[in-house]
Design a protein around this ligand. Structure first.
Ligand code: MLT
Length: 200
C-alpha cells in the first residue's frame, strides 16, 4: 500500500488482532510502535503517518482551530485511511485491525468507525472527541470500543467524550468508557486499562 507512509511489523503471535496505530498531532509512524508492542505483544502493527501537515506537524485531517474540525476534509481523509487499511490487509494478509488512536489519531479512528465500520474490528480511543457534528447512520454490529478520557483534559471536555461514547453505543458498538484522573497526556493507567481490555 503506497498511499500512506507507514511502518509495518509482522505478527510474532498471529492469533492476536493486528493493531492500527494512529498518532496524535505532530507524531509520526514510529511514535506509537512501542505503545503497540506493550499493548499487545506479538501482534502485527500497522502504523501510518498522518498525511496532513499543520505547521509542519503531521495529522490525519485538517482542523480550523483546536477541537474545531474541517468535517469535509475529515470525511475524505477517513475514506482514504479506510482504503489504506483495505490495501494493507490484502498485501500483508491481515485480519481486520483494532485501531489504537491517540488524540487526533483517536478522532480519525472514531470517524472511520462511524463512516467505514467494516474496516475495523474494534478500537481503543485515547483522549477522543466527537468527530462529526451529524453522526452518520452507522451499524457497528456490536464492535467493541474502549474510550479512555482524562478527567481534567483541557482539549476534550468530559461532556464531549461522554457524547462520543453515547454516539458509538447508539450506533450499536459495545462501548466501555472510563474517565481517568489526568489530562490530555497518556499515563500508566491508560496502558494498564488498554492492555487488559485487548487481552479480554
Ligand atoms: C484534533 O485536532 O484532533 C484534536 O484537537 C486533538 C489534537 O490533535 O490535539
Amino acid at each position: 500500500p503506497a498511499s500512506f507512509i507507514h511502518r509495518y511489523e509482522p505478527a510474532a503471535a498471529p492469533d492476536r488482532a493486528p493493531l492500527l496505530l494512529l498518532h496524535g498531532t505532530g507524531g509520526d509512524e514510529t511514535d506509537l510502535i512501542p505503545l503497540g508492542r506493550a499493548l499487545s505483544p506479538g501482534a502485527a502493527l500497522l502504523s501510518p503517518r498522518g498525511p496532513v501537515l499543520e505547521n509542519g506537524m503531521p495529522r490525519f485531517f485538517r482542523r480550523l482551530a483546536e477541537g474545531v474540525f474541517d468535517e469535509a476534509d475529515l470525511r475524505r481523509r477517513a475514506a482514504d485511511l479506510a482504503g489504506f487499511v483495505r490495501e494493507a490487509r490484502a498485501s500483508y494478509g491481515l485480519a481486520a485491525p483494532v485501531a489504537v488512536g491517540f488524540s487526533n489519531g483517536a478522532n480519525i479512528a472514531a470517524a472511520v468507525l462511524l463512516l467505514h465500520p467494516e474496516v475495523l474490528a474494534g478500537a481503543v480511543l485515547l483522549r477522543a472527541m466527537v468527530p462529526l457534528a451529524e453522526p452518520p447512520a452507522a451499524d457497528l454490529g456490536g464492535k467493541p470500543v474502549l474510550i479512555l478520557s482524562g478527567r481534567s483534559d483541557p482539549i476534550v471536555p468530559a461532556a464531549n467524550a461522554a457524547r462520543l461514547a453515547g454516539m458509538l453505543a447508539e450506533a450499536g458498538s459495545s462501548v466501555t468508557h472510563e474517565v481517568l484522573p489526568g489530562g490530555h497526556g497518556l499515563m500508566q493507567a491508560d496502558l494498564v486499562r488498554a492492555q487488559a481490555w485487548l487481552a479480554r
